[in-house]
Design a binder for this molecule. Structure first.
Ligand SMILES: [Mg+2]
Length: 174
């Protein structure tokens, strides 16, 4: 049961993910969480480092889509600045928006990966959809209000995963 929270891949940050391996696995599309995955929660626009990095990722042939639970007004500046497709108010870990994205762009679950900093939304949502789930450490210690409770539950889940030796904080794998 608790296995549903185990990320398929665990990387230090979005910059450290083994994209070559994803490519070899047949991943064509990457769903990017916004808050604390591509920018800290209090930052309103992507910085140049992230902009350059995501541009290069696109050049490698990945279709990048911002998929955030945040409202449109939060997501829009990133969508525009990074020139990416996006889905706001996604209600991860619910399946509906994932299914809509897959249908809209014609992807099978095995062709999609999702990168995010939360077990309860990003990882659980991806695992439920059987798309490759990639956990990264949050970019900052500060979370959005709705995330604070999630983090408490997340800590309990991590403890249980650690007990079963399924996951250990800081022990990265791909
Ligand atoms: Mg996040």
């Amino acid at each position: 049961m608790i296995e549903i929270f185990r990320p398929d891949v665990y990387s230090k940050s979005i910059f450290d993910v083994n994209y070559k391996k994803l490519k070899e696995k047949g991943i064509k599309c990457i769903l990017l969480d916004l808050d604390n995955t591509i920018a800290p929660v209090n930052i309103e626009k992507p910085d140049n480092k992230m902009k350059k990095f995501l541009y290069e990722l696109k050049e490698k042939g990945f279709h990048l889509i911002i998929m955030s639970n945040s409202p449109k007004k939060r997501v829009e500046p990133f969508k525009n600045e990074l020139e990416l497709d996006s889905a706001a108010f996604s209600m991860k870990p619910r399946k509906a928006k994932y299914m809509k994205i897959l249908k809209t762009f014609g992807y099978k679950p095995e062709e999609v990966a999702a990168i995010g900093d939360q077990l309860l939304t990003d990882v659980l949502g991806a695992n439920r959809m059987q798309i490759t789930s990639i956990l990264v450490n949050p970019m900052s210690k500060k979370d959005g209000i709705s995330t604070n409770l999630n983090r408490i539950i997340e800590r309990m889940i991590i403890k249980r995963l650690e007990k079963k030796e399924l996951f250990e904080r800081g022990k990265y794998y791909d």
